[in-house]
Write a protein that binds this ligand. Sequence first.
Ligand SMILES: NC(=O)C1=CN([C@@H]2O[C@H](COP(=O)(O)OP(=O)(O)OC[C@H]3O[C@@H](n4cnc5c(N)ncnc54)[C@H](O)[C@@H]3O)[C@@H](O)[C@H]2O)C=CC1
Ligand SMILES: CC(=O)C(C)=O
Length: 261
Amino acid sequence: MARTENGKVALITGGGQGIGQAIAERLYADGFKVAVADLNIENARKVADALGGKQRGALAIQVDVADRDSVFAAVNHAASELGGFDVMINNAGIAPASPIEEITQESIDQLFSINFNGVVWGTQAAAAAFRALGHGGKIISAASQAGHIGNPGIALYSASKFAVRGFSQTAARDLAKDGITVNTYAPGIVRTPLVEDLVKKAASAAGKPEAWAWEQFANGIALDRLSEPSEVAAVVSFLAGADSNYITGQSILVDGGIVFN
Ligand SMILES: NC(=O)C1=CN([C@@H]2O[C@H](COP(=O)(O)OP(=O)(O)OC[C@H]3O[C@@H](n4cnc5c(N)ncnc54)[C@H](O)[C@@H]3O)[C@@H](O)[C@H]2O)C=CC1
Ligand SMILES: CC(=O)C(C)=O
């Protein structure tokens, strides 16, 4: 795909692997300068370096999305180093199993601090940067099919993704006056380290081989296969680009046909 040099800047949290890496690569190919932001700075550096590094408009930044100051610092760093700020992708997330009986205050706090608070801090930091730069922008966050229908075994995760959708709908209304659109993407089951981990744990809990667990995860998908990260990145590319300028407050399912709204 040819770079179009659209001159815009996007920051992707959780950009060091999986869906976030695919989004960073896709937006870079679309012509964005990208800030690849991750708790795991080594992985973020690998992704940014493979795109050519800072000199070529791909900057690695360490961020902890659970920490408001860290997120604001990452956005400000991206804006000053890359010369602007236009698109925020709140992608970082975790998906530990959470059987109902085993949920604790700590497990709620840990999961929500990343999956939900991280989206709130990212939305605040991006909106502040857009206002300071005197223009609007786009905020795009990771929901999930599990944020459209409760998924068995991952109650906290599902709840956090419903919360991301609810927060983003209100943010879309509240920030529209500033020329800011707010949307979410809702993947199905994507081949990433996050899902590999869920599959391993499901197989071990059931005392079955991993191949069995992969089949369970693929069950009920109309297109009868799992998703690749690049297929999610293609939809995020649309949400980050001008063709989606009249879309706000929406959650776009990219799940091969699991949830039908
Ligand atoms: N893989 C899937 O099937 C699906 C994933 N999603 C969502 O997509 C997003 C990305 O998922 P994957 O790529 O599969 O996950 P992944 O586990 O492969 O990658 C997540 C990245 O986020 C980073 N990260 C974790 N905690 C962080 C923190 N506190 N601060 C900054 N970075 C942090 C990790 O270091 C990692 O690089 C998540 O929000 C996830 O919930 C949604 C639906 C399905
Ligand atoms: C991790 C996730 O979002 C799933 C399984 O939908």
